[in-house]
Design a protein around this ligand. Structure first.
Ligand code: ADP
Ligand code: MG
Length: 459
């Protein structure tokens, strides 16, 4: 029919606009490498902030004692207690709790957010077996862009991922947390402030000494890696004895004219809490993929009556289709695609879909996820190029491990498979033997505890 024909045109156009041939990914990777150089050269020199983390030593395995960590960065936050065994002792025990953040606190005041977090922290601390003989120490994983002033202080640059708390911007987030902890009457010192990527890098390195970079693919996305201190022109402080410095790239804010963007991406960005920002993040991360799919389906409903004469009202609601539901539809292996059918029915209130329609929905999920996964592989390739690890010249038999974490990477199998295949395609068969992607399950919290241990201020 004419309507079906129009619907197919929309899908075809989407596919063309989202195309990521290898040559294009290489241009994206080259742009990433160039921006990395620019961001390291001068403050504000690039869309990539390339933040100095003050982490110039990664865990060695000698860390010892009981440490806390708090991980704030998305819809949930986690509190951890880790007992580190010292040399060859490894992690003796760890406990954690996960608490969701009430949506109103994500757009309220700084005090309200930190009071809530500190109150949950107190509840968790109260479950301690016996109170420690010395002051408790905590590593704070805070996954938003921060301009650090030391390993344990830093000012919030901006919120991302649906958070928007005006009075916290520009404030020292450790001071804010510390005040809230005091208000709760808890005796605890925040000794390390890290980004989740830096935490994942630290946790990854503790488990495997060949880890050189960490990537988060969750609600948002980011990357951190180990840079030579000499290669950071904007660093005017003393050269660390290790000769190294961990850089928090804040790669979610990367953008390039080579990125394949569509009308749906423009609209999503324009209607977002942070228009014009985090463009890379809006193409590849979990917060947005489902909403891109929703926007395509909405246009097909409006212009091609894809779901019948009327546009299903739920299709017009922003973020109605979440990435986990998109992923469930994409992975539907049943002959009649009944997962797709029930997701459309239960979430979008579109009932009685034909198999043909369901197949098209899966196809759209595939196009959007494939673009995201291939672009994230291109970003990783850009980092490897910056480090000179993209060729065989670098040490025979040497392994380079990339620690990966985040709910999107962990649960969206089609996405992570595609990412890994694309990285192999970009580096080539031979070099790909030396590049290993490792899932660092919840390394970021443990990493923060490890960094709190190595930067301990009490004895
Ligand atoms: P955060 O990034 O908020 O710290 P996570 O790393 O746990 O937390 O990632 C959560 C995100 O991962 C969700 O917002 C969602 O986008 C994505 N996600 C979770 N489960 C799935 C799933 N089954 N399929 C696809 N994406 C998922
Ligand atoms: Mg996280």
């Amino acid at each position: 029919s004419r309507r079906w024909g129009r619907a197919m045109e929309i899908v075809k156009e989407l596919e063309e606009k989202c195309a990521t041939p290898t040559w294009k990914l290489k241009l994206v990777a080259d742009a990433m490498t160039v921006e990395m150089h620019a961001g390291l050269a001068s403050e504000g020199g690039s869309k990539l902030k390339m933040l100095i983390t003050y982490v110039d030593n990664l865990p060695t395995g000698n860390e010892e004692g009981l440490y806390y960590a708090l991980d704030l960065g998305g819809t949930n936050f986690r509190v951890l207690r880790v007992h580190l065994g010292g040399k060859d002792g490894g992690i003796i025990s760890q406990e954690f709790t996960e608490v969701s953040i009430p949506p109103n606190l994500m757009v309220g005041t700084s005090d309200a957010l930190f009071d809530y977090i500190a109150a949950e922290l107190v509840k968790f601390v109260d479950q301690e077996n016996e109170p420690p003989a010395r002051q408790r120490e905590l590593g704070f994983t805070f996954s938003f862009p921060v301009m650090q002033t030391s390993i344990s202080s830093g000012n919030l640059i901006k919120w991302t991922k649906g958070f928007s708390i005006e009075d916290a911007v520009g404030q020292d987030v450790v001071a804010e947390l510390t005040k809230a902890i005091k208000r709760q009457g808890l005796d605890m010192r925040v000794t390390a402030l890290v980004n989740d990527t830096v935490g994942t890098l630290a946790g990854g390195r503790y488990a495997n000494s060949s880890v050189i970079a960490a990537i988060i693919l969750g609600t948002g996305t980011n990357a951190a890696y180990v840079e030579r201190a000499q290669a950071i022109p904007k660093w005017h402080g003393p050269l660390p004895t290790s000769g190294e410095m961990v850089i928090n790239m804040e790669w979610g804010n990367f953008r390039s004219s080579h990125l394949p963007v569509t009308e749906y991406d423009f609209a999503l960005d324009a209607e977002s809490l942070n228009p014009g920002e985090q463009i890379f993040e809006k193409l590849i991360s979990g917060m947005y993929l489902g909403d891109i799919v929703r926007r395509v389906l909405c246009k097909m409903a409006e212009e091609a009556c894809f779901f019948g004469d009327d546009v299903p009202p739920k299709l017009r609601v922003p973020f109605m289709l979440r990435t986990p539901d998109m992923s469930a539809m994409h992975h539907d292996s049943s002959a009649d695609l009944n997962v797709v059918g029930s997701k459309l029915k239960n979430i979008l209130e579109i009932s009685d879909t034909s198999l043909e329609v369901r197949k098209v929905v899966v196809e759209i999920c595939n196009i959007v996820a494939t673009r995201g996964a291939r672009l994230s592989a291109a970003g990783i390739f850009g980092i490897l190029q910056k480090l000179g690890k993209d060729t065989m010249s670098n040490g025979e038999g040497q392994k380079n491990v990339i620690a990966m974490d985040g709910g999107l990477y962990e649960h969206y199998t089609e996405y992570s498979k595609c990412l890994e295949n694309t990285l192999r395609e970009l580096v080539g068969e031979e070099v790909s033997e030396s590049i290993i992607i490792e899932h660092s399950n919840d390394g970021s919290g443990i990493g923060a505890a490890l960094l709190a241990a190595s930067h301990s201020q009490v004895d």
